[in-house]
Design a protein around this ligand. Structure first.
Ligand code: GDP
Length: 534
């Protein structure tokens, strides 16, 4: 048991004990399995397997979800809270598919750390690398779990070296694997001088933990075959010589990652990883905002919307805004100010994502994620406060990389289609542009798969058949600058002008040359590929 809950003994204990994080990994590395075991140890579920079973029950509800399942991707992200020892973990699920990078990016603005899961046989894979780069942009602390050690894995030094080389981060072993594949017996816990032994007979059993007195302890021979002991001693000696020792400050700054080895499916190494998240993972951090940053211990409640999910319940048109609390102690029924509209919102039915089920949140603290049901007032990037006009920054909207024209299958329903598209735009699932000239909508996404997802959701949730067709445009840029210059620019380029769902002006084109020309001909107008959501 730890003496302190965090680096910040001055924080209220309820805040200091919170760890809000996401898991980043390449598909198939074991994220789902690890999540299940987290929940199992967190006491949130009785038996591993329930997450999947529950997921499946939910998925069969619609063909769209069926598609999600078929493709093995997770389109919708959610949050899960559970207790582990003295800690409260908030695990925010990242959508796994590379097509949803923007959504993933925003999800990562809501966490204080990330757990990187890699497959011991495959090492750092493409999606892991991409997600890691996103974490690096924010200097997020990263804890690494090397999974599937019960299978033939790569040499331990090789794995560590690959992470150091590919991701340019120092790696320090928190545990060291003993044997691998069929010969894998467990790990030597380098931080606590313990032997952790995997139970192959019972996958759900927590590993047996044996305190030993260093590598010369005769107890070692009682549990580990002689040939593996020799190798272990040699490797650990080398590791201690060649690899950096754990430096908690460097971990917090995102320059060093501790690595644990294990097998999620065998429940092995998971508890040590969770201990690690508690010990080395950060408490809720200061949130960047304007005109001033927000500290978690401030008594006034603030929070920001990082995700909106529409139609979670197909019977209702409600959406749920996922709000990360940046400060304070939130209580149900609280009246908060919606800073963008300056209107008060009474949060009477907030949802806390306790892993067992959705539950009404009576209270929540800085670091927690709450869901606020609403009819569309709350948008991604919005800030809620107890009155002060603060705006959380750093939640960007990216210019889409693919544009298509949306057409209603039934021309009589074009208006309905417009409404449906706007709703998806608010959810952040796509960009929707209404051209100043002509009819219809131009829809922009980051990955091609999103068009299919949108078409099937629009059909299912709104009963509207929709076709996506090639558009004459391929790029979109937000227009800003001096008011008169912008007016002059839009008047002269009407064919290229559209408005996004917030009413902001967008310039559409198919040529980079056009974008360069604007920069040349209109020095007082700026075209940007990202827009800060506000
Ligand atoms: P995700 O795509 O990252 O969520 O991966 P999953 O958790 O669904 O795991 C992918 C596959 O790897 C599944 O068939 C799991 O049963 C399997 N798997 C997960 N963890 C382990 C492990 O520790 N050892 C072995 N041998 N297989 C595992």
């Amino acid at each position: 048991m730890l003496d302190t809950l965090s680096n910040r003994p001055d924080l209220p204990a309820e805040i200091a004990r919170r760890r809000t994080f996401a898991i980043i990994s390449h598909p198939d590395a074991g994220k789902t399995t690890l999540t299940e075991k987290f929940l199992l140890y967190g006491g949130a579920i009785q038996m591993a397997g329930q997450v999947r079973a529950k997921g499946e029950a939910r998925r069969t509800r619609s063909d769209f979800m069926q598609m999600e399942k078929d493709r093995g991707i997770s389109v919708s992200a959610s949050a899960m809270s559970f207790d582990f020892g003295r800690f409260r973990f908030n695990l925010v699920d990242t959508p796994g598919h590379s097509d949803f990078s923007e959504d993933t990016y925003r999800t990562l603005t809501a966490v204080d750390a990330a757990v990187m899961v890699i497959d011991g046989a495959k090492g750092v894979e493409s999606q892991t690398q991409k997600l890691f780069e996103v974490c690096r942009l924010r200097d997020l602390p990263i804890l690494t779990f090397c999974n599937k050690m019960d299978r033939e894995a790569r040499d331990t030094f090789e794995i560590i070296d690959e992470i150091q080389q590919n991701l340019a981060i120092d790696v320090t072993p928190a545990s060291w694997p003993i044997g691998m594949g069929r010969d894998f017996v467990g790990c030597y816990d380098m931080l606590n001088n313990r032997l952790e032994l995997m139970d192959r007979a019972d996958r759900n059993k927590v590993a047996e933990s044996i305190k030993i007195d260093g590598l010369d302890d005769p107890k070692l021979a009682q549990h580990v075959p002689a040939n593996l002991i020799a190798k272990l001693r040699e490797e650990i000696e080398m590791a201690r010589e060649l690899l950096p020792a754990l430096d908690p400050q460097s971990v917090l700054e995102g320059h060093m990652t501790p690595i644990w080895f294990g097998s999620a499916i065998n429940s092995f190494g998971v508890k040590e990883l969770m201990d690690g998240i508690g010990t080395y993972g950060p408490e809720p951090q200061v949130q960047k905002a304007t005109p001033r940053a927000i500290a978690p211990e401030e008594t006034a409640v603030t929070g920001f919307v990082f995700k909106v999910q529409a139609n979670m319940d197909p019977k209702h048109r409600d959406r749920v805004a996922f709000v990360r609390l940046a400060s304070g102690h939130f209580k149900r029924g609280m009246k908060l100010t919606h800073v963008r509209s300056k209107k008060p919102i009474t949060v009477s039915a907030p949802v806390l994502f306790l892993a067992a089920d959705r539950e009404l949140a009576e209270e929540a603290w800085a670091g927690d994620i709450i869901g606020i049901p609403n009819h569309g007032q709350l948008r991604i990037g919005d800030t809620l406060t107890e009155g002060e006009a603060l705006r959380v920054t750093g939640i960007p909207s990216f210019a889409p990389e693919l544009l298509q024209q949306a057409r209603a299958g039934d021309p009589m329903k074009a208006k309905h289609l417009g409404k449906a598209l706007m709703q998806f735009a608010e959810e952040g699932a796509a960009k929707v542009f209404k051209p100043a000239f002509g009819s219809g909508f131009i829809v922009g996404v980051v990955g091609a798969l999103q068009f299919e997802v949108l078409a099937s959701r629009i059909e299912l949730e709104y009963g509207l058949p929709v076709r996506f067709e090639g558009s004459q445009f391929t790029s979109a840029r937000w227009v800003s600058g001096d008011k008169l210059a912008v007016e002059k620019f839009t008047a002269a380029n009407k064919q290229h002008i559209a408005h996004d769902n917030d009413g902001d002006i967008v310039y559409l084109t198919r040529l980079q040359w056009d974008i360069d020309r604007v920069a040349r001909d209109y020095p007082d107008v700026t075209l940007t590929a990202t827009k800060e959501m506000m």
